[in-house]
Write a protein that binds this ligand. Structure first.
Ligand SMILES: Nc1ncnc2c1ncn2[C@@H]1O[C@H](COP(=O)(O)OP(=O)(O)O)[C@@H](O)[C@H]1O
Ligand SMILES: [Mg+2]
Length: 257
């Protein structure tokens, strides 16, 4: 069994937010999690990654039960929502990226040449050489996301989970981040699962969708099945219309007055 399998999962804090969620993210697929604010997108990602415990149900990674701790967790990496990443500490870009190695180091293992070479490999691949000695907290939002993506890559994951990597980033930088993710997916075979609000921008890149709504509603499936006018209107509680253009579908809120 490859990838990440979720079976009959209930997530939440004291009270369940979502119950009975099942899906299978196969190796090398590109998924998005969409839905209104507060619907549980970040909670779902954190539960899959083992940061939060599920209230019930199972999470399997490469066929191993990872509902508790398991070694296969190292195959998943995380780019947190920007607001939750602490950047008050004056680390350099190089240091921030290197900190991505920690999950894969054994206890008391020192960082050696091989690890540093891996960090430099991703700095080059993501074209970050020019800023690698700059302080992370002095970079633009777009540059910071790119650095956090590099940080998530140095642990050699199979699946990268990103929580709103383009929120608050200008249009050009946002497009660059999406192209980078598309490249990592198509050319290097990474599985990607990304929380986003920008469904028009990501449409061309994605395979599967998890749509979360209020009161524990959810839908999972192929993008064409899920991102349609009926389901989006129901979940967002506004009338959504799709304009079909050469650049792909554009999702609009239809305000009839
Ligand atoms: N640590 C927490 N303890 C209790 N409730 C929380 C916690 N974090 C988030 N929540 C609540 O869980 C719900 C889902 O939050 P979240 O997963 O962050 O939503 P989203 O990412 O979709 O905006 C919200 O109602 C939020 O207030
Ligand atoms: Mg969130």
């Amino acid at each position: 069994m490859e990838g990440v399998k979720v079976e009959n999962l209930t997530i939440g804090y004291r009270e369940p937010l979502i119950s009975g969620l099942s899906f299978h993210m196969k190796e090398g697929e590109f998924w998005v999690i969409v839905g209104p604010n507060g619907s549980g997108k970040s909670t779902l990602v954190k539960t899959i990654l083992g940061i939060l415990k599920p209230l019930s149900g199972k999470i399997l990674i490469h066929g191993k039960d990872c509902t508790g701790w398991c070694e296969e967790r190292k195959y998943l990496s995380y780019v947190p929502q920007m607001e939750s990443y602490s950047h008050s500490f004056p680390s350099t870009v190089f240091e921030v990226i290197m900190s991505g190695l920690f999950p894969r180091l054994k206890r008391f293992q020192k960082i050696g040449e091989a690890e540093i070479a891996e960090v430099n490999r991703w700095i080059e691949a993501l074209e970050l050489e020019g800023i690698k000695n700059r302080k992370f907290n002095q970079l633009s939002g777009g540059q910071q996301r790119k650095v956090l993506i590099a940080r998530s890559l140095v642990s050699s994951p199979h699946y990268i989970f990103l929580d709103e990597p383009t929120t608050g980033v200008d249009l050009k930088s946002s497009r660059k981040i999406l192209k980078l993710l598309d490249n990592l997916h198509k050319k290097r075979g990474f599985g990607i699962c990304m929380v986003t609000h920008e469904i028009s921008s990501v449409w061309q890149y994605i395979d599967k969708v998890i749509l979360l709504g209020y009161n524990g509603k959810f839908f999972v499936g192929e993008k064409e099945e899920i991102l349609n006018e009926e389901l989006l209107s129901e979940i967002y509680e506004v009338e959504v219309k799709i304009a079909h253009t050469e650049a792909g579908p554009i999702f609009l809120i239809w305000d009839k007055h």
